[in-house]
Design a binder for this molecule. Sequence first.
Ligand code: NAD
Length: 485
Amino acid sequence: MDRDKLYIDGEWVEPAGTSTIEVISPLTEEVIATVPEASPADVDRAVQAARRAFDSGPWPRMAPGERADVMEKISQLIQGRHEDVARTITEEMGSPISFSVMGQVFASTMVLDYYTALAREYEFEEFRQGALGPVIVRKEPVGVAGAIVPWNVPLFTIMLKLGPALASGSTVVLKPAPETPLDAFLLAEVLEEVGLPAGVVNIVPAGREVGEHLVTHRDVDKIGFTGSTAAGKKIAALCGAQLKRCTLELGGKSAAIVLDDADLSTAIPGLLPNAIMNNGQACIAQTRILASRKRYDEVVDALATAMAATKVGEPLDPETGIGPLVAERQRERVLGYIEKGREEGARVVVGGGRPAGFDKGWFVEPTVFADVDNKMTIAQEEIFGPVLAVIPYDSQEDAVRIANESDYGLAGSVWTSDVGAGLEIAKQVRTGTYGVNGSSMNFAAPFGGFKQSGVGRELGPEGLEAYLEPKGINMPFGWEPIVGA
Ligand code: NAD
């Protein structure tokens, strides 16, 4: 899986420097690949290529339907290689293969397919009759977009940016996370095979400093960032200094509310994947489980049983529910939070450490804490591991208050046999997405955060509009568009 070239300007080019990134298996702790680390000079070259492709290349000048045809081919090729891509993502970051196939690869192509369909039907230009005369309103591509993504859902977070950027006619410089560059190389192969015009997408794997070079580059018009809230604040400040457009998808600490009338035999298996998908390394992970005092013990028991039954193991085994965490530092961070939970008085019901029998690999046991107060660190901070905090509430109003008592506002769900009551709760929780008896995500709806979970939205038409600049062109009185033109 080693690589020695970078994909820039539609070609595989020698990197400017000699730095490399070692990709380490979370399972074996061994180096599985070495790839070039892009330097600022490579970013400059990538941005110039993207700039040229935008300013004078065919991509922004093609009809949206023509761009959609190319996007459709990209999706088909990725789908055709789904086993290879899913396996690569599992090998680089440890997500269970069952999740990699659906949550990493097919979810990504579904996002691309959504934007392919939207490109074909979206009104990029409309005519309005205003009090001051006729006006054409155009939605023009934002320009050169810098896409910066994390390691947890690498291809999916790429597609959340690439889909709308390509649909809009923008061009892209993509910076994958240093932990997960390999899937981006596979994507580059697909883009090359499809014959995407030179410079439309350029890929520069690197770390934070080179990322900042991309963010502050004068020829980059917009940054699409997914990652931690801490990095998001830094990037927002850098973009602010240049008044650069940016979309920020950041961290979360979402709550699943189990109402008294919920049928636990369906609610627990329903909410569990939202809580521990991808080994708990998901921004939308609903790791605070809110249960009424009346049924608290019952909910704790049901969760503990389900978590204890989740198979921890080799991520390429299709039966595995929890694989290793991405890196040793991530395992240490999660174990540190577990320790903090104990110190602050929460009670470990299952798990609470490293699983027996795994000498190698950055595993953490599926862990359930009971007797959690929402003010505790484990209820307020994003742990990014398979650790759940079950928090008691006194009434539905109390449940909503606790759900909202968070710096974050990304996702959430409510579990009830009364869908109408669930909808009323959904309206009161201050998060960007929400689910009633189900997942909070829908590709046709805007996805993003209230509060410190981000700024702006991806997905839905709103996600396309984040890569568009609206422009009004005032026309002389009496002017009318030619129908069919
Ligand atoms: P991170 O913020 O450390 O890094 C994310 C990406 O940003 C990486 O590519 C990194 O190299 C780059 N980066 C970091 N600092 C930068 C800077 N100052 N300038 C430019 N680039 C910079 O996050 P991570 O540890 O890779 O990912 C985990 C975090 O991502 C979690 O907090 C998680 O909640 C969040 N996340 C959010 C979403 C969402 O859609 N809201 C989705 C997935 C992950």
